[in-house]
Design a protein around this ligand. Sequence first.
Ligand SMILES: Nc1nc2c(ncn2[C@@H]2O[C@H](COP(=O)(O)OP(=O)(O)OP(=O)(O)O)[C@@H](O)[C@H]2O)c(=O)[nH]1
Ligand SMILES: [Mg+2]
Length: 272
Amino acid sequence: MRLESFRARDLASVARSAEALFGDEAVVLQTRTVREGTENFVEVTAAAAADVDAFRAQLTPAHLPGKETRRGNRPYVIALVGPTGAGKTTTIAKLAANLHAFGTWSVGMLTLDTFRVAGLEQIATYAEITGCPLEVAYDVQDATRAIAQLNSVDVILIDTPGRSPKAGARDEAWWPILRTMCPDEIHFVIPAGLRPDVAVTSFSTHDAMRPTHLLLTKLDDVPDDTGVAALASLLALPTRWLTDGLDVPADLKPAPQRILASLGLAAAQVAA
Ligand SMILES: Nc1nc2c(ncn2[C@@H]2O[C@H](COP(=O)(O)OP(=O)(O)OP(=O)(O)O)[C@@H](O)[C@H]2O)c(=O)[nH]1
Ligand SMILES: [Mg+2]
């Protein structure tokens, strides 16, 4: 979605600029007053109506399947991947403990982050707090065993080691393990304040296990959610949840509503 900002002394002038660029299709998403020196200016963010509709459709994820549609009678499998320190492990704890995430589904945790002792300890602590079963998979053979151990839960959340945006095409030892588990969804987890070019570079290093969803974290670090919609638009993935704080599990929120609201689009306009 192409988002453009226009600044002028009065609303009529900025509206004209928006229309000059987007024609009759122009939609004003946000209006604010900006002070420059001693003068006040009106600033609007605008886009083409068709782009806004497409963005809304792109952001909105498919509903999670009902329990009864467990694929081949196995749990639904969701993996979280992304750069180091993005918030993957903490988000798994939030997802496991927040009733708004999976309702009555029972949750199991599975970690592939076996390279750092601290990584294992962190998720083990969260598993204990949330009362979720936890399995660790060290290799491909182990993956089948670990999934089988968790067969009685409704959804398995897989934690993975952080992947540096500088990793390039380098293979990760845990990719074959994750592939064996055939995740139904792979969420690309990044801080909402990450520079867009770094986010795109990081995303491209996940080509071998292509993410299906976006999960933005640390929105509490981004004043007024500025730039969050542009980042989501750039990555062009559906998104179900985001996080905006350290509180486990409270700081997990539905994502499309919040991202659209950051553009001034009311929650009521969010597609169901
Ligand atoms: N402010 C803020 N901090 C967060 C949020 N989510 C996670 N964090 C913090 O970010 C830091 C990293 O979180 P982790 O969950 O360990 O991140 P990770 O992606 O698992 O990290 P690696 O396993 O090292 O790749 C921790 O200090 C978390 O408390 C959030 O929504 N807001
Ligand atoms: Mg982690």
